[in-house]
Design a protein around this ligand. Structure first.
Ligand SMILES: Nc1ncnc2c1ncn2[C@@H]1O[C@H](COP(=O)(O)OP(=O)(O)OP(=O)(O)O)[C@@H](O)[C@H]1O
Ligand SMILES: [Mg+2]
Length: 424
């Protein structure tokens, strides 16, 4: 981390600060006591208060904050104020983590780049990401999520992005926001936060965003699925007047769209489009975003169980059809959470899409009955039993649900029991 003088931290007056054996300069801030050593500051958040002594024993200074979110924000603002890095904020209804992972990998060969780990995207995760800034960091890619208005504005006040990517605008957190227009409004806070000369990368198709794109002092770059061709992991991407060809470690069309958004940001950062392929080889999507396992008899199981909303569900079903080729298509689907009053209609709509696409659905959990499944299971364990009874060699299987349903283990279990299939 960019070094902070201990007295600067004292001056912020954030709570009970104990210096311990750490010196006058702090070179790391962590919320996990197992990660700290001499010269670090341990901030006790959530249950972290129990580990203050542990952190001190490891030689770190410790802070028990009066208000943990305010303390993390103040510390991260201080670190950010000392950085010359270009900061990117990735926001949107779906695809943030994937786009962040793609952009980080594209930038890394050409600029000293830090990108958020996992899905760290809230009042805790964004500061923790900012704490990873080094004096020589040139690019910082952050992910910012929200559950209501004002949250992305607050995260931007800390990270101060110069480039904002809005990946997608669609139905999410409707139980809190009410309508897609308000989802757009909340995500557009990242556009409002841009400094003069900033760059907003937005989906051409998201008409709900247009009211927020009227600023004349920023550059707006619109990306659209029509600007790319993608087959079997090979893509041709139109970025401005340039065509960029990349080999990518995934086959989902929606991840190719995320890649196009990332390429716009990469270009806006001044990095060389003709060398984007160097980083493309090293893209690693975070777990459970479309990982594939082969099944006997030419089938496969796609683990896309990280999360689900109506748009990502639709994208995943279309991808299943594409990957299945001539195989039978089976989707093991849990509910899509946090959709408010329209939730039932969204579930029925996905059920109708599955029928249209000739995908057989195994539903998991009460709300998944609305998909009109051919088989239904109460929980993930019973879903594995249902799958064992239903699946055959050569099937193409998708596993997907909202995070809370917890279906991420199912794909591996299917691969395990399928090993015993006799193919004779
Ligand atoms: N552009 C997209 N369109 C539709 N679905 C997508 C898109 N990008 C990613 N997905 C799918 O949506 C799910 C979540 O992806 P990802 O984790 O990248 O999104 P996120 O916005 O970070 O989600 P969260 O809000 O949970 O942090 C995955 O199943 C992924 O395959
Ligand atoms: Mg995420």
């Amino acid at each position: 981390m960019i070094p902070l003088r201990l007295e600067e931290i004292v001056d912020l007056g954030l709570g009970r600060l104990e210096v311990g054996r750490s010196g006058a300069v702090i070179t790391g801030i962590e919320a996990d006591s197992r990660e700290v050593g001499a010269g670090d500051l341990f901030v006790a958040i959530n249950t972290g208060r129990e580990f203050v002594d542990d952190a001190r024993g490891r030689g770190a200074a410790t802070l028990v904050p009066d208000d943990q979110e305010a303390a993390l924000a103040a510390l991260a603002s201080l670190v950010r104020s000392k950085s010359t890095a270009r900061v990117v904020a990735v926001v949107g209804s779906t695809g943030k983590t994937s786009t962040k992972d793609i952009l980080g990998a594209l930038c890394a060969p050409h600029a000293r780049t830090v990108w958020a780990e996992r899905s760290l995207n809230n009042e805790i995760g964004v500061p923790l990401t900012v704490f990873r800034l080094e004096p020589d960091t040139e690019v910082l890619v952050t992910e910012m999520g929200m559950r209501g208005l004002g949250q992305i504005a607050a995260l931007c006040a800390v990270a101060r992005p110069g480039v904002a990517i809005v990946t997608h605008i669609g139905p999410e957190h409707l139980e809190l926001l009410g309508a897609v227009e308000r989802v757009a409004k909340a995500n557009a806070e990242a556009i409002a936060a841009l400094p003069s000369g900033g760059v907003a990368v937005v989906p051409a198709a998201a008409s709900e965003l247009e009211p927020y794109l009227e600023r004349e002092d920023i550059e707006v770059r619109r990306f659209a699925a029509e600007d790319l061709e993608f087959e079997d992991g090979h893509g041709r991407f139109g970025v401005g007047g340039t065509v960029v060809e990349l080999d990518l470690p995934f086959t989902q069309a929606h991840q190719a769209v995320n890649t196009l958004a990332a390429l716009h940001a990469y270009d806006a950062l001044g990095l060389p489009l003709d060398r984007a392929d160097e980083g493309a080889r090293d893209i690693r999507l975070s777990p459970w975003r479309g990982e594939e396992l082969p099944l006997p008899g030419g089938g496969l199981v796609i683990n896309d169980a990280y999360n689900a909303n109506p748009d990502s569900m639709r994208a995943a079903l279309l991808h299943l059809v594409e990957r299945a080729g001539g195989c039978r298509r089976v989707a093991i689907l849990g509910e899509m959470a946090e959709l408010g009053d329209a939730s039932e209609d969204f579930h029925r709509g996905i059920g109708e899409l599955a029928v249209e696409l000739e995908v057989e659905v195994i539903g998991v959990g009460e709300r998944a009955r609305l998909y009109g499944p051919v088989l239904w299971a109460a929980d993930d364990e019973r879903a594995v039993s249902a799958a064992r009874a239903f699946l055959q060699p050569g099937d193409a299987v998708l596993v997907k649900a909202s995070r809370a349903v917890g279906l991420e283990g199912i794909a591996q279990e299917i691969a395990n029991f399928a090993e015993a299939w006799s193919l004779s």
